[in-house]
Design a protein around this ligand. Structure first.
Ligand code: UD1
Length: 377
């Protein structure tokens, strides 16, 4: 029996981990024992607990209560606390997801304690090192022995950095790299049937007649001028097209709006008749919002892909994306925070018919990953 220690801590990681935990329970329970550690990075009920309940994720075996504020403190504290758990549990491997501070802390702890590291969502690159996630993911990939890439581009990115599939034992110097599709796609398919439309009714959102907006990246929230500009351009877009904009708001964004906007600007935004501010949505509520909207505007990587899974055009509120396939396919446009691009891209999507060929696997990535873990670790 392999003992795998799964480290999660931020909202998207709960969602990703659900797919693997489900596959272990269904097909690998005699081969893999999973110990779950919650780093405590996200802690609010609607950023954490709701996902465990809704996605039927096993309760974590360990949950850290972080005292530190800020990225460095948070990463250091998770690293220290995790080391103690690794010494106690002595797992065969540590499994981490994505590119958050939790991921990086896990990668460093595994490396320093000579424990094999498995990285799911390996090889993604934005080529923008000012993004905290870019450093997190590069470091994590270079500490990993077993790397699972969601796309062919991700495999190529790793090759360019000298991380290629080898035939030896699975070690950090002779890693194994697999393209496995996207486990977020597994989940979107699986949970799509569970999504209910209550959230639309409660917020008076009409099917196919509202825009879905999410924003939480520091590059958008932490720069007051840019934040104000984004709020203004959204209000103008809503007014011009008489469209509601549903905005489930991340705690980071809430704090930033309260800090950076003047009282007048804040009031104009939150009381705008077309802007519908929602609490952070659960996964099935988010699926309902994505499935029924007309178009998505986001700076989230996960939401960009989910827009594609549910065949919605997407405007990316960043200067670049790791999910280049959806842009190449013409289903998403990088608009940065540029109002002209927002308007012209919006108009383009109104007039253009889009196609959404399958770019992210067959919905069985988690099963593939578990099979490879059993073979390689
Ligand atoms: C983190 C990840 C990001 C991911 C996002 C998903 C890093 C570097 N970034 O960003 O890649 O897309 O999670 O949400 O790891 N907060 C709360 N309650 C919570 C969680 C956070 O109030 O439950 C507050 C924090 O106190 C902090 C802010 O929100 O002030 C940001 O949280 P943090 O975990 O640092 O980063 P995210 O912006 O969520």
């Amino acid at each position: 029996m392999l003992k795998i220690l799964t480290l999660i801590g931020a909202r998207p990681q709960f969602i990703k981990a659900a797919a693997i935990s489900r596959a272990i329970k269904k097909s690998f329970s005699d081969k893999i024992e999973e110990v779950i550690v919650h780093s405590g990075q996200h802690y609010d009920t609607n950023m954490s607990t709701v996902f465990f309940d809704e996605l039927a994720l096993p309760k974590p075996n360990y949950t850290f209560e972080l005292q530190a504020q800020g990225h460095s403190g948070q990463t250091a504290e998770i690293l220290q606390k995790l080391e103690i758990v690794l010494a106690k549990e002595k797992p065969n491997a540590l499994l981490v997801y994505g590119d958050t501070n939790t991921t990086l802390a896990g990668a460093l702890a595994a490396s320093k304690n000579h424990i094999s590291l498995i990285h799911i969502e390996a090889g993604l690159r934005s080529f923008n090192k000012t993004m905290p996630e870019e450093i997190n993911r590069i470091m994590t990939d270079h500490c990993s022995s077993l790397l699972f890439c969601p796309t062919a581009t991700a495999v190529e990115n790793l090759q360019k950095e000298g991380i290629a599939h080898t035939n030896g034992n699975c070690t950090v110097d002779t890693p194994k790299v697999f393209a496995c599709g996207d486990i977020m796609y597994d989940n979107s398919i699986y949970f799509s049937d569970y999504s209910k439309e209550n959230i639309l009714i409660e917020n008076d959102l009409k099917k196919d007649a509202y825009l879905l907006f999410t924003m939480h990246r520091p590059s958008n929230t932490d720069e007051p001028k840019r934040l104000k500009n984004i709020c203004k351009m959204l209000m103008r877009l809503a007014d011009k097209h008489q469209k509601a904009i549903a905005f489930p708001m991340h705690p980071r964004t809430k704090k930033a709006l309260l800090t950076h906007l003047s009282v007048e600007d804040l009031e104009a935004f939150v009381q705008h008749s077309f802007i519908k501010i929602l609490e952070p949505a659960s996964f099935t509520d988010m699926i309902a919002l994505e499935k029924n909207c007309e178009l998505v505007i986001t700076d989230s990587g996960g939401v960009q892909k989910e827009a594609y899974f549910f065949e919605k055009p997407c405007l990316i509120l960043r200067s670049e994306t790791e999910w280049v396939e959806i842009v190449e396919q013409g289903a998403a446009i990088v608009i940065d925070a540029n109002e002209e691009k927002l308007n012209s891209s919006f108009d383009l999507f109104q007039s253009k018919s889009l196609t959404f060929p399958n770019l992210f696997g067959d919905g069985w990535s988690a099963e593939f990953i578990c099979k490879k873990i059993v073979e390689e670790i």
